[in-house]
Design a protein around this ligand. Structure first.
Ligand SMILES: [Ca+2]
Ligand SMILES: [Ca+2]
Ligand SMILES: [Ca+2]
Ligand SMILES: [Ca+2]
Length: 430
């Protein structure tokens, strides 16, 4: 996208309650919200292992995080982004997440994100770790804020990596950095108390402003964390995730630190009252609430004003051979719901997508309707499922022998809600 042609919708009069909160106008206690996060490295929950590129959601009703976007979904959503002929383009890590202002759905299409390392794409294009990106439903990757633009706003020649990000309805960006930088701007240095802007500082860039300004210096953030945790840390390693605090009365921010295996790790803090442990759904945002077995560090924070995730599709069998069974768990969003699992073969690296009118949730069909496997999955009674009392269903499929060495795309459809899961990629071994 051209610089200056930013496509963040401005929605002042129907601003999400986030914006109202940020402007000090209301409290969000009644707003249905879902917290999204990512981890800095692979993690283990009571439900099983998670990878660091997965986007996790913490539902108000559950005992831990669940997948919104799995690594197997990323492979399909991004397609063959680097043009090497393989669907191997999962991001290494998502280190910033920010809902597009005005969204009311829990959807990858309405989530801005940043990568943790530079990523070369085809035709010489590179996604920078300092870019704030957005994936479109047509498979394009838009740059909402470029690394160059952020470095310019910081007046620095140092490398910039966006580590925490939060978007406001007026187009402003609140952010933190993955590493320290030196600013050449005397005004910004004075604002920060030093030309060294460290990776704990929280900054804000407003539309049209030539420079970012400091909301909280690094020392302030460390002091607020120590107050919240009763600790005396001189470093939090990093301020890794940022979001507006829905329970704050003004410009309060939720933040996640880089602390790991030490008191305060895996805990969301808030700048409210000079530093507290954050609460959501009436619970403290601590490792046990997330269901982490260890105290993982949280790499991104995002609150979406929607309490209904799309159906989920999780492979319980990491690898499947043509002779073996593929066990799949489907999150149906409610007990007793019926639906079906559909599949198509993947030939080459082309993943067809089409919009189906009336289809909610993830909202796109990624399956090839002309494929023989799709037609047989449509006919087979084995692809039907019904959710148990917890809203989950299990399906076991046995890939036919002729599929050995091929890849499949799977998607679940829930009949009652006309919702689709994100697709997952399954490689069938020989
Ligand atoms: Ca590739
Ligand atoms: Ca981060
Ligand atoms: Ca960079
Ligand atoms: Ca980044």
């Amino acid at each position: 996208m051209r610089r200056g042609a930013r496509r963040i919708p401005r929605v002042p009069e129907v601003a999400t309650a986030f914006a109202l909160t940020f402007l000090g106008a209301s409290s969000l206690d009644a707003q249905p919200l879902t917290l999204l996060t990512t981890t800095d490295g692979p993690a283990l929950t009571s439900q099983g292992p998670i990878e660091n590129e997965e986007i996790l959601l913490l539902p108000s009703s559950s005992n831990g995080v669940e997948q919104l976007i799995s690594s197997r979904a990323w492979a399909i959503l991004l397609g063959d982004a680097d043009g090497n002929g393989r669907l191997d383009d999962e991001p290494t890590e998502i280190d910033a997440l920010a809902p597009i202002p005005g969204t009311t759905r829990l959807s990858i299409w309405d989530l801005a994100f940043s990568l943790d390392v530079d990523r070369p794409l085809r035709a010489g294009r590179v996604l920078r770790d300092g870019d704030l990106l957005r994936l479109t439903e047509t498979g394009q990757i838009e740059v909402l804020f470029s690394e160059e633009e952020i470095a310019g706003a910081l007046a620095t020649f140092d490398d910039v990596d966006l580590d925490g990000a939060c978007l406001l309805p007026d187009g402003s960006l609140i952010f933190s950095l993955g590493g320290n930088i030196i600013t050449l701007s005397p005004g910004l240095a004075a604002d920060n108390g030093s030309p060294l802007i460290d990776d704990h500082a929280v900054l804000m860039l407003t539309p049209g402003a030539p420079r970012a300004h400091v909301l909280h210096s690094g020392l302030e953030m460390i002091a607020m964390a120590n107050r919240a945790l009763g600790t005396s840390y001189v470093s939090l390693i990093d301020v890794q995730g940022l979001e507006i605090d829905p329970h704050g009365s003004g410009e309060d921010l939720l933040f996640a630190t880089g602390l790991r295996n030490t008191p305060g790790a895996g805990t969301v803090l808030t700048t409210r009252d000079g530093g507290r442990v954050a609460h959501l759904y009436g619970r403290p945002l601590v490792p046990a609430t997330f269901g982490f077995v260890d105290s993982e560090d949280l790499n991104a924070l995002a609150l979406v004003p929607c309490a209904t995730p799309p159906p989920s599709l999780r492979l319980l069998t990491p690898e499947v051979s043509a002779a073996g069974d593929l066990d799949i768990e489907i999150g149906c969003g409610g007990p007793g719901r019926r639906g079906r699992l559909l599949a198509s073969s993947l030939t080459g690296t082309k993943v067809t997508t089409e919009t189906i009118p009336g289809l909610g949730g993830a909202g796109l069909l990624f399956l090839d309707r002309s494929d023989a496997l799709f037609r047989s999955s449509l006919r087979s009674p084995k692809t039907w499922f019904r959710a148990d009392g917890s809203g989950r269903a299990r399906v076991t499929l046995a890939p036919p022998g002729k599929l050995a060495g091929t890849s499949l795309v799977l998607q679940a459809f829930v009949q009652e809600t006309r919702e689709a899961s994100y697709p997952v990629l399954v490689r069938v071994t020989d």
